[in-house]
Write a protein that binds this ligand. Structure first.
Ligand SMILES: Nc1ncnc2c1ncn2[C@@H]1O[C@H](COP(=O)(O)OP(=O)(O)OP(=O)(O)O)[C@@H](O)[C@H]1O
Length: 282
């Protein structure tokens, strides 16, 4: 298996504050990996270290098998794309002009600009100046720029935090397509439904430490109690466990046509986070 990102015992101390402590994880080629944590848990610091914008205090960080700071070299820059809240766009230029500048820098075709504009649903608004854009539109332009060169690895720091539901869905579809074409995606979010919809695996980050890691399905299995809620037609509600005695009770109710509704009590990722850390994701 090819690890695109390999982090071992990563530590980051800012002055006196420990932002990351003994963080270790591996991301394989083609994965969508989510770093989930509340504000201040260390998500952005991790992205900044992985993309060589901040130095680590200790530990090993490899990207494509090479130390992360080698990604600064111009021949490696094309291999990844980054979306952070620091847009770095030219505000007096239009959306399209900004993307054209970038496409020149990376020697991309004009088609790449059109494709990127479609990706973020901004083609019809491409002539608008960046100074006139809403926060959500700026986030979409920055995303267009991050994906335009179809990088091998994409870092997304809270990619849909400023978007409305329609654009969020549009971006999810685009990210899935990009991933199907081979882009590995590392994203941070405190939106658990986003992680559940997009990610193959997630890590829960809390106070700079990874507290759990796995696919959403594995985590739900590990931390769920496998109980089922049964609502009966007489208004009674019963929570039954997955076992032979309870199964026969359910069978009886069903045979006598007493059941009105039945559902599993699967925890959400947010419930699991709360169970492990005792705090909310927001
Ligand atoms: N440049 C810095 N100097 C000092 N402390 C910092 C610096 N950058 C981050 N920190 C601290 O490190 C911790 C982790 O911050 P980080 O920005 O990585 O969190 P985050 O999970 O990305 O939060 P958010 O979701 O709010 O962006 C916080 O306690 C923060 O105050």
């Amino acid at each position: 298996m090819n690890a695109v990102i390999e982090v071992q015992h990563l530590k980051k101390i800012f002055q006196k504050e420990t932002a990351l402590q003994d963080v270790s994880f591996k991301i394989q080629k083609g994965e969508i990996f989510g770093f989930l944590g509340p504000s201040g848990s260390g998500k952005t610091t991790t992205i900044k270290i992985l993309t060589a914008q901040t130095d680590k205090t200790d530990g090993d960080v490899l990207l494509f098998g090479r130390p992360a700071n080698e990604m600064k070299k111009s021949q490696n820059r094309k291999r990844f794309g980054i979306l952070t809240d620091n847009s770095g766009l030219y505000t007096r230029l239009s959306i399209e002009e900004n993307l054209l500048l970038y496409s020149d820098l990376y020697q991309l075709s004009k088609t790449a600009v059109k494709e990127a504009l479609d990706f973020v649903n901004l083609y019809t608004e491409r002539k608008k100046k960046v100074s006139q854009l809403s926060k959500g539109m700026i986030q979409r332009v920055t995303l267009a720029r991050a994906i335009m060169h179809k990088p091998d690895l994409l870092f997304l720091d809270e990619p849909t935090s400023a978007l409305d539901p329609v654009n969020t869905q549009h971006i999810y579809n685009g990210l899935r397509k990009l991933n199907e074409m081979g882009t590995t995606i590392f994203l941070t979010t405190h939106d658990m439904s986003e992680a559940e919809i997009l990610c193959d695996r997630v890590a829960f980050l809390h106070k700079g430490k990874i507290r759990a890691m796995g696919s959403p399905k594995e985590l739900k299995k590990k931390f769920g109690d496998e109980s089922i809620t049964v609502e009966l037609k007489n208004g009674e509600v019963a929570v039954i466990q997955n076992g032979s005695e309870d199964a026969s009770k359910l069978y009886e109710w069903m045979q006598s046509n007493e059941v009105s509704r039945i559902y599993t009590n699967e925890p959400t990722l947010g419930d699991i986070f709360m169970q492990i850390t005792g705090s909310d994701l927001v």
